[in-house]
Ligand binder design. Structure first.
Ligand code: APR
Length: 174
């Protein structure tokens, strides 16, 4: 499985799936969440409301992931995951590992072969970009070892230069 780091806007990613840094309500927000909902269109919010009415009545737990169609996005799928929020005392790295691992599980479940990730939790949720980058790269690599041939490519799509640098470093050192 190839790991690629790039600077860009995840809403334009042409991968089979893009990962959304959502919150537990699944009903939108700012940052990546706001951008993905704006680009996907109102059907994405409706699909999330349907999840809340059916399989996820209490919302999506931190560290878990769930797929919806991508609607207006180039990507076929959106994989929503909820990162740990440092400002609410969620400092256990295992929660962040779970976001990346469960998102890859869900991507494989929907037969995606390429998936784009943002720097989950490195924005509003207050985690250090270096820690997110190291966790993301290490988790993707161990997931690939445990799931050979299940995924062709993971792209880390970073919105600003310092976060991109953190991921480039992690790719070279982890
Ligand atoms: N493409 C790629 N990366 C982006 C984009 C974009 N269009 N917009 C923002 N980012 C980057 C941010 O700069 C940050 O590095 O994604 C990273 C994650 O930031 P957030 O979107 O704030 O996500 P997170 O820290 O996980 O906080 C999630 O914020 O938007 C709300 O509803 C969301 O409550 C949830 C919380």
């Amino acid at each position: 499985m190839r790991l690629v780091v790039e600077h860009g806007d995840i809403t334009t990613a042409t991968t089979d799936a893009v990962v959304n840094a959502a919150n537990s309500t699944l009903l939108g927000g700012g940052g990546v969440d706001g951008a993905i909902h704006a680009a996907a269109g109102p059907q994405l919010l409706e699909a999330c409301h349907e999840l809340r009415r059916t399989t996820l009545p209490d919302g999506l737990p931190t560290g878990d992931a769930v797929a919806t169609p991508g609607f207006g996005l180039p990507a076929t799928w959106v994989i929503h995951t909820v990162g740990p929020d440092r400002h609410r005392g969620q400092t256990d790295p295992a929660l962040l590992v779970s976001c990346f691992a469960r998102s890859l599980d869900v991507a494989a479940d929907v037969r995606a072969r390429t998936v784009a990730f943002p720097a989950v939790s490195a924005g509003v949720y207050g985690w250090d970009a270096d820690e997110v980058a190291r966790t993301a790269v290490a988790t993707a690599r161990s997931w690939a070892d445990a799931n050979p041939a299940a995924m062709d490519e993971v792209r880390f799509v970073l919105f600003n230069a310092p976060v991109r640098a953190a991921f480039e470093d992690a790719l070279a050192t982890v």
